[in-house]
Design a protein around this ligand. Structure first.
Ligand code: NAP
Ligand code: GDD
Length: 386
């Protein structure tokens, strides 16, 4: 039997990497579009990279950009994919307020470029299309929990650009009969989550604080609530959508929502630190109030314990609010109802939030232990207040 061919935009991103792994494990030939960058930016896919000199490669990268129609059309023509997963995007909500035009171009019109290429190349009956839609579409939520039927109310240039992509995907399905589906995915994280999204920012910073590489974490809105799942579970849902006889739109979520404050507490508890928050608004601060010394020693190392004992003695805050991380319009609460995905796709998340946090903390502690070795060896290491 001939191998299925998939094309993934955003292959260097968190989801692109997990989806590539999944499709390769299912015997696909995977093509990915990567942007040209002045430095290597393939960290997340280096473990599956195949040298171009190798024969019969199953993982092939192409230079490209969603803002370049000719490039997108040529790649689709060359690859003749059975499935396209459009994961490429300027995906940071806060940054989209600073780059609204670019965000509209890449995250909105970029989707149209792919859909129109499929149509012009006569691939409507061959190629199936997945659009990375988002819970940011719900923005100022009109209903709790959010389902496929909840009205959209985006609150950022990112959300508005993604709204265009959502509807243009529906339109190509209805107008031309394209097998095109929207996955309305709620937040999903992992050890390879971008460093400036809140979960990874927290797990990195707490790991650095534990090892004495950093003193404080500066954070934005602590009261925001997110329905966090694991990227590995969520890319499985993308794949399942394109295996259905009929295209459709699905909410993918865990059905549990958690505040940013609670996420920080859970991540700290993972290395034996009990955190207490005191104060209100921009004066709110997080303090270590107890230490499970055995757990801390096991996870971070006994020799770093004294710093945290000092922090308790000196009542020193390790978390502070900085309003620079606030958004002009915030999405305060996201909570998805994944019933349709459960019944139609037989999709269920395997990870719980605590299991995901454990994986992320273990991974970042390991990463920061390398930094610590460098700094103890006299090499300069940098502090990133992301
Ligand atoms: P990510 O880690 O930020 O990855 C985004 C990918 O898009 C990267 O490979 C990036 O390339 C690429 N990209 C950015 N601009 C591009 C352009 N102009 N042309 C081509 N590629 C471009 O995002 P993610 O978390 O994997 O998310 C994947 C998709 O799902 C995104 O569309 C995101 O908006 C959407 N989404 C994510 C979540 C979530 O919680 N993770 C939830 C709902 C929807 P570089 O590596 O060169 O930057
Ligand atoms: N990034 C960040 N940095 N967010 C912070 C911070 C901070 O220092 N402090 C508080 N937050 C709050 C944000 O205000 C928001 O309420 C929440 O943490 C989550 O922020 P992000 O992790 O940046 O994710 P997001 O929810 O804005 O967007 C992500 O999820 C969307 C799906 O709902 C991205 O992955 C989007 O691409 C995705 O569509």
């Amino acid at each position: 039997m001939q191998k299925k061919i998939a094309l993934i935009t955003g292959v260097t991103g968190q989801d692109g990497a997990y989806l590539s792994e999944l499709l390769l494990s299912k015997g696909y030939i995977v093509h990915g579009i990567k942007r040209r960058a002045s430095l290597f930016n393939t960290d997340r896919i280096d473990h599956i990279y195949q040298d171009p000199h190798m024969e019969n490669r199953s993982f092939i990268l192409h230079y490209g950009d969603l803002t370049d129609s000719m490039n997108i059309t040529r790649i689709i023509q060359e690859v003749q994919p059975d499935e396209i997963y459009n994961l490429g995007a300027m995906s940071h909500v806060r940054v989209s307020f600073e780059t609204p035009e670019y965000t509209a171009n890449a995250d909105g019109i970029g989707t149209l470029r792919i859909l129109e290429a499929i149509r012009l190349l006569g691939l409507i009956n061959k190629t199936r299309f997945y659009q990375a839609s988002t819970s940011e579409l719900y923005g100022l939520v009109q209903e709790i929990p959010q389902t496929e039927k909840t009205p959209f109310y985006p609150r950022s240039p990112y959300g508005v650009a993604k709204l265009y992509s959502y509807w243009i995907t529906v339109n190509y399905r209805e107008a031309y009969g394209l097998h095109a589906s929207n996955g309305i995915l709620f937040n999903h994280e992992s050890p390879v989550r971008g460093e400036t999204f809140v979960t990874r920012k927290v797990t990195r910073a707490l790991s650095r604080i534990a090892l004495g590489l950093q003193e404080k974490l500066f954070i934005g809105n602590l009261s925001g609530q997110r329905d966090w799942g694991h990227a590995k579970d969520f890319v499985r849902a993308m794949y399942l959508m394109l295996q259905q006889d009929e295209p459709d739109d699905y909410v993918i979520a865990t059905g549990i929502t958690t505040t940013i404050r609670e996420f920080i507490r859970l991540a700290a508890a993972e290395i034996g630190l009990e955190l207490t928050f005191r104060g209100k608004g921009t004066d709110e601060k997080g303090f270590i109030t107890e230490i499970d010394e055995k757990k801390f020693a096991e996870k971070a190392g006994e020799k770093y314990l004294y710093r945290q004992i000092e922090n308790i003695k000196n009542k020193k805050a390790i978390i502070e609010v900085d309003s620079r991380y606030f958004r002009p319009t915030e999405v305060e609460l996201l909570l998805g109802d994944p019933s349709k995905a459960k019944s139609h796709l037989d999709w269920r998340p395997e990870y719980t939030l605590p299991a995901m946090i454990e994986e992320m903390m273990d991974s970042d502690i390991k990463l920061m232990q390398k930094e610590k070795l460098l700094s103890e060896g006299g090499y300069k290491t940098l502090n990133f207040y992301e």
